[in-house]
Ligand binder design. Structure first.
Ligand code: EPU
Length: 302
């Protein structure tokens, strides 16, 4: 337990926050790995400023835990506190083609809410798990759609300055699976501009893409999606597959037989198992192609 000050814990509760000490991150990550950490769940985004200020004054390092779907935390206990923004009602607000979303909202569900208002352009993102905020940070993408180009502005809490700022799209850089947000920036709300499209058309497209995804990705297993980024013009999954590495296992971690750029947890996998598999893949790809693979998953070390 990193946060032990009872008066601060009481204050957090008064601000509508929930303090959850010694939580296993493996229960909060889609991969099912990660060691112990203290969590503070913020039901009210207004509590962010006083909580962060309180942590700063006590010298306690902090981070943000989003949906946990693209995350690989180490097995050892963390010496920091993780904040988590709870989703709330009215997370998606419409204004013509413009949509304001809370970053705590689930991405897939938000895309479908827009579809019901005949607003499309995000179809490819429906099957991407996680929160809207996580999608922004990673510039999530699939099947030709990326979230970045749809963004008009983002309200962000800048951890270093301890204050909120409204950033217009021009002030944010989005590249392949990468954004210009600082590690301690917490995105709070985003405004997107979507494309008018009939619900039926969006739904048909979503169904086709979901079918494709079901065939090519291990959706029913515990994973963090693709482990490595694709090198320009290539598919890492295809390269790993061609080396015959599908099904390779270390402890509870296995290279998926369905998509070789997915590592799945078949029961009791540790982060250490996954790191060893990743190192093995990196080494084999480097030896065969001279390519240095870059992680796509976000690794949390102490
Ligand atoms: N392929 C194989 N073997 C495999 C995997 C793929 O031969 O094990 C072949 C496929 O048959 C296809 C080609 O490689 O011909 C490309 O495969 P796929 O369409 O699955 O795309 P990808 O490049 O492997 C990327 C993204 C995925 C995203 C899909 C669909 C990255 C690292 N991956 O995968 O994103 O869902 O396209 O758009 O950019 C993620 O971000 O976590 C993720 C899974």
């Amino acid at each position: 337990m990193v946060l032990t000050d009872p008066s601060f814990i009481r204050q957090i509760q008064e601000w509508g926050g929930r303090f959850l000490p010694d939580q296993l991150l493996s229960e909060y990550t889609s991969l099912g790995v990660g060691g112990l950490a203290d969590l503070i769940v913020l039901e009210q985004p207004e509590a962010l400023e006083p909580v962060v200020e309180g942590l700063r004054r006590r010298g306690i390092p902090w981070g943000l835990l989003g949906g946990g779907t693209n995350l690989l935390p180490v097995d050892e206990p963390f010496r920091k506190v993780f904040l988590h923004l709870a989703p709330g009602p009215n997370d998606v607000v419409f204004d013509g083609k413009t949509v304001h979303m809370s970053t705590a909202a689930a991405l897939g569900r938000s895309v479908m809410e827009c579809a019901k208002r005949n607003l499309g352009g995000m179809e490819g993102l429906v099957g991407v798990p996680g929160s809207v905020g996580g999608a922004l940070r990673m510039n999530a993408g699939a099947y030709g759609t990326q979230i970045g180009p749809l963004v008009r502005s983002v309200t962000v809490f800048r951890g270093v300055a301890g204050e909120r700022q409204e950033l217009s799209a021009g002030a944010i850089g989005f590249q392949y699976r990468k954004s210009s947000f600082a590690p301690d920036d917490i995105m709070l709300r985003v405004t997107l501009e979507l494309i008018e499209r009939p619900f039926r058309e969006i739904l048909d497209h979503v169904k086709t893409l979901n079918e494709k995804r079901r065939h090519s990705q291990p959706l029913k297993e515990k994973s963090a999606g693709c482990i490595f980024k694709n090198p320009p013009g290539l598919s890492t999954g295809k390269l790993i597959d061609e080396l015959g590495m599908k099904g390779h296992r270390i402890g509870g971690a296995v290279i998926s037989e369905r998509h070789a750029n997915f590592i799945v947890n078949r029961g009791g996998a540790t982060a250490a198992d996954i790191f060893r598999l990743m190192d093995m893949i990196r080494e084999r790809i480097h030896r065969a192609h001279g390519i240095e693979l870059e992680e796509e998953v976000i690794v949390w070390k102490n």
